[in-house]
Design a protein around this ligand. Structure first.
Ligand code: GRF
Length: 209
């Protein structure tokens, strides 16, 4: 692999299907990047199993081993930096990140969220969408700032909400789009085609991702 290959760090707390979508895109050659390390705050995260199956460095960092959030984030940053990570993907990472995390990685941390932000940030996005009665939901890929599910939006994909949808059926339909859009955003980032101007994210080519 050439030295210019983008090195990604993935943070995940759960099943790791978005991690898997990145691995699949790398495997098929549609994403020219490499995962340098996977970190989880959950010992039994399926994402760690998936990473190890691909022989990737994968670490459980236990939040209880640190006095506060800042201490934990410093440890995560050290782990990421130690693996030469250039872009960080929060793929179902269920922790708030602090300035200790964000300062060294300005505009280099991307999150995926299963709603059309700014609607339904935080936990249980699908449940919120169903309770509100929206007819359309979707997913958002955005840069991370210090507020929850708030940073500049890179890409959004809409998904219909159908009568009779449950949290799980809506989540499944949105997940299909998550798996498609996240690797594409990473490739655009790797190609240097994504630029932030305040809250606006400009994408070279003018193509929607
Ligand atoms: C996804 O729905 C993602 O949008 C949200 O958390 C979920 C993670 O799923 N932030 P997975 O662990 O990638 O399967």
């Amino acid at each position: 692999m050439s030295d210019s290959t983008l090195v990604i760090g993935v943070l995940a707390s759960g099943r790791g299907s978005n991690l898997q979508s990145i691995l699949n895109a790398i495997g098929s050659g549609t994403l020219k990047a490499r995962i340098g390390v996977v970190v989880s705050d959950k010992r039994d995260a399926e994402a760690l199993v998936k990473a190890k199956a691909h022989h990737l460095p994968a670490f459980f960092l236990d939040p209880r081993a640190y006095a506060d959030r800042e201490g934990y984030d410093e440890a995560v940053v050290q782990t990421l930096a130690g693996h030469q990570v250039e872009l960080i993907i929060l793929a179902g990472f269920m922790r708030l990140v602090t300035k200790k995390f964000l300062d060294p990685f300005q505009n280099k941390v991307i999150n995926i969220h299963p709603s059309l932000l700014p609607a339904f940030p935080g936990l249980h996005a699908h449940r919120q969408a169903l309770a509100y009665g929206v007819k359309v939901s979707g997913c958002t890929v955005h840069f991370v700032d210090s507020e929850v599910d708030h940073g500049p939006i890179i890409s959004q994909v809409s998904v219909p909400v159908l009568e009779g949808d449950t949290e799980s059926s809506l989540a499944d339909r949105i997940l299909v789009e998550e798996h498609r859009v996240l690797p594409r955003v990473i490739q655009y980032y790797a190609d240097g085609k994504i630029r932030c101007e305040g809250r606006k994210v400009l994408i070279e080519d003018g193509l929607s991702i």
